[in-house]
Design a protein around this ligand. Sequence first.
Ligand SMILES: C[S@@+](CC[C@H](N)C(=O)[O-])C[C@H]1O[C@@H](n2cnc3c(N)ncnc32)[C@H](O)[C@@H]1O
Length: 138
Amino acid sequence: MDINRENYELGLPVIQKAGVAHKIEFKESPAMPVLDELLQDEKNHGSYDFIFVDADKDNYLNYHKRLIELVKVGGLIGYDNTLWNGSVVAPADAPLWKYVRYYRDFVMELNKALAVDPRIEIGMLPVGDGITLCCRLK
Ligand SMILES: C[S@@+](CC[C@H](N)C(=O)[O-])C[C@H]1O[C@@H](n2cnc3c(N)ncnc32)[C@H](O)[C@@H]1O
């Protein structure tokens, strides 16, 4: 799901070449209403093996509240950009691009919430901009 088709259409030729286009149901929409709709159907609960989030950082915690219900026990949720340009460990007064500074607090809040969430075990991959993998325990 994405609010615009641009990235999906960029990847589509590769998806088609790999012969897996039939496995993809793209939804052009803000993520939140789609997640809420999925949650309304009990059969979607605990049904996803892997969920990857790379979208609006100020909503990651809102997504987490919903995704934890949708991923299966033993399944994974991946959150991208959890190092957020390294800003999560930068001093409070470090010079940062405006958008990095704006989202930093949201990413730090997410990181803290994931670290103490008893429903998941987490691992941080320090590749790219940081990916936190959360394995649902219960
Ligand atoms: C950094 S891009 C990543 C795209 C894709 N994961 C990729 O690697 O090609 C972030 C994406 O989040 C999408 N996005 C931003 N806010 C969103 C929202 N509220 N709901 C769904 N998608 C959103 C943007 O349109 C953009 O395509």
